[in-house]
Design a protein. Structure first.
Length: 642
């Protein structure tokens, strides 16, 4: 099997993550004898490429790996998929450089899926389940990442479905956000479906066009387009108690309304899809082009223009370095700085040799993803949890949080270099973890150091016809204003009107305080399921795709309960829902993002954290393994005689 990237095996091995490769080699040898203590890496959460091994040790490991790989390529070795659990456990501890806690083993073994089988795979094999599945019809709202996933899993279960999508194509946020520099901030090898790996990601954190191509490609491979109605919006959902079904009023691009009926509804509309503009006086008076980063105006030429960017969130971090060299003058208005995690490979290409190993060497992709998953999941949670006895400065909430803060602040100070005037502007005065941290490999600060770029913290008093007037009385003139001001994150499921049992309207019931059991279902709204619903966002651990996969597994499980029992509808008990939310609220109050002195889009107007999951990923994985029938009211299906 020749190498097709123009290199050799030595280069491919050098390009690879060595501990993951050594675990893949265990599948080639059928044992773990080579995973000796001297070859074990060190866990280093802020420097993911430093595996704590000497050059001499790495050379020994690479030589050993090369010999086994050459034997495999020559047909002298046959890979072993399933090793004894004791060996798998040893490999888990080895690749991460830590002793994995016992309560993580079933979760991580399932995520690893060495046999190719996962708890997330629907298995509706019995004739009874197959027959019941055919009697269902599920309506999915949205054809983004989660909607695509729901469609795939429903098809695998044999449940008929239809997807309603407001846009002209699939892709969700990766279709809508097309501003310069738009890219993912989770490593692509975990920001992808667990069952649809891509071994050819061009970069570790891919840009928007590449991500869009991935999701559209998955939709095509699973033949989803035939199930999708594009350029159609769901205006209202109404529950029929007598029949146990939902009616959906939809409107197409021709303006014609239509009513569809479904056994169940799955909303997959995301949290960050309705752009938020700041409430600044005079915003409508500006004479030049003004637009939100999520509604990028490709027809507006920024070359040589005076540009104002309002906001320093994720989109500003990504677009500013892309436009800074082209504009005449760039003024960035910042209200609160974000924490920045220095990430050297944020714009780096994936080496060609690594792609070859991912594609060619059995199980390397699984162990590499496993390592990334552990590094990006629960390891940082203790550093963002509050200590009630903490007596230190208010910029931290515990000793680990303070240590973490000082480490990151030190790295940012180094990046600022001679521009000491930037330090107070870029290092937040709130605890690390209080808001979403952003990734950067230095290009943000390099942009701020440019002579034609200014980062100002002078608050905006008003928008004028020619630019911005600050509270300090300064007028900043501009040709273009770009709002990088985020989204209406707490307005879940807007602008749909959702009417459940007894005519209860979901948004009126929430009254600006959205809640759901496991982020998915609410009392009074049977057979209505939400993906990426209230309190399923994550701050410092993991990929949102993990949450979506867990949620879809649980939703398919709820539909299976209907199939097994013959019930018409499933509704979470109010007591179960309420107890869950009490637990979530208590958990969020213990985290940095729940601190009373921190304001962010994670909180609603009452100061409650409506977005975030405060516990470990393993807890959500376990809670969503399968629905407990005791948590629900099952509505008996009315017979024809009734």
């Amino acid at each position: 099997m020749p190498l097709d990237f123009g290199g050799d095996i030595d280069q491919a091995i050098a390009d690879s993550h060595l501990p993951a490769l050594m675990c893949a080699v265990a599948h080639l040898t059928g044992n773990t004898e080579h995973l000796k203590a001297a070859w074990r890496p060190t866990y280093t959460p802020m420097n993911r490429d430093d595996i704590g091994l000497s050059d001499e040790t790495r050379a020994e490991m690479r030589a050993f790996a090369k010999a086994q790989i050459e034997d495999y390529l020559a047909g002298r070795r046959r890979p072993v998929a399933e090793l004894p659990m004791s060996d798998v456990r040893r490999m888990m501890d080895y690749v991460t450089g830590v002793d994995i806690p016992e309560n993580y083993l079933d979760y991580l073994t399932d995520e690893l899926a060495l046999s190719g089988v996962s708890s997330k795979d629907p298995r509706w094999e019995s004739p009874k389940l197959k027959a019941a599945a055919q009697q269902m019809k599920v309506l999915i709202v949205g054809a983004g990442m989660s909607g695509i996933l729901a469609g795939i899993r429903l098809a695998q279960a044999g449940v008929p479905f239809q997807i309603i999508e407001k846009n002209a194509d699939v892709g969700g946020t990766w279709l809508e956000n097309q501003y310069p520099g738009c890219r993912v901030d989770s490593s692509n090898h975990i920001y992808s479906y667990s069952f649809e790996p891509n071994h050819l990601w061009p970069q570790h954190f891919s840009p928007q066009p590449v991500l869009l191509d991935y999701f559209q490609g998955v939709a095509d491979r699973y033949h989803l387009r035939q199930h999708i109605r594009f350029e159609t919006e769901v205006e209202a959902l109404t529950y029929d108690e007598a029949r146990g079904t939902w009616s959906a009023r939809v409107r197409g691009k021709d303006g014609q309304a239509e009513t569809l009926t479904a056994t169940a509804v799955i909303t997959a509309v995301g949290q960050l899809n309705r752009p938020r503009f700041p409430d600044i006086p005079g915003r409508e008076t500006f004479k030049g082009p003004a637009f939100h980063s999520a509604q990028w105006r490709g027809d507006v030429d920024l070359q040589g223009k005076r540009v104002i960017v309002i906001g320093t969130g994720a989109s500003a971090f990504q677009l500013v370095p892309e436009i800074a060299a082209d504009v005449d003058r760039l003024t960035i208005f910042q209200r609160t700085p974000p924490w920045i995690f220095p990430t050297p490979n944020y714009h780096a290409d994936v080496p060609e040799g690594k792609k070859w190993v991912l594609e060619t060497i059995p199980f390397y992709d699984k162990w590499y993803r496993f390592w990334l998953l552990w590094m990006a999941t629960d390891g940082l949670l203790p550093a963002v949890k509050a200590d009630p006895a903490w007596q230190g400065p208010p910029t931290a909430i515990s000793e680990p949080n303070h240590v973490f803060r000082e480490m990151v602040a030190g790295l940012l100070t180094q990046q600022a270099g001679h521009r000491t005037d930037l330090i107070d502007k870029i290092i937040p005065q709130y605890p690390l973890g209080g808001k979403r941290a952003l990734l950067d490999n230095g290009v943000w600060l390099e942009s701020l150091k440019r002579d034609n770029v200014e980062l100002t913290t002078d608050p905006i008093a008003a928008i004028t016809e020619t630019g911005v007037r600050t509270q300090g009385g300064r007028d900043v003139e501009a040709d273009v204003i770009i709002y990088a001001t985020g989204f209406h994150a707490s307005r879940f499921l807007s602008p749909m009107r959702i009417e459940g049992k007894g005519g209860a309207v979901l948004h009126e019931q929430w009254a600006g305080d959205p809640r759901a059991y496991l982020g998915m279902t609410a009392p009074g709204f049977p057979n209505l399921f939400m993906i990426y619903g209230p309190n399923t966002n994550i701050v410092v651990n993991g990929s949102i795709i993990f949450f979506s996969e867990c949620s879809v597994r649980y939703i398919i499980g709820c539909l299976r309960l209907l199939a097994e029992t013959g019930a018409a509808a499933i509704e979470v008990k109010k007591a179960v829902h309420d107890a869950f939310n009490v637990s979530v609220d208590a958990g969020n109050k213990q985290m940095a993002w729940g601190s009373p002195n921190v304001t962010s889009w994670y909180k609603n107007e009452q100061g409650r954290v409506t977005q975030n999951w405060p516990f470990a990923l393993v807890d959500y994985w376990r809670a969503t393994l399968t629905p407990n029938a005791e948590d629900f009211i099952l509505q008996v299906r009315e017979t024809a005689d009734a």
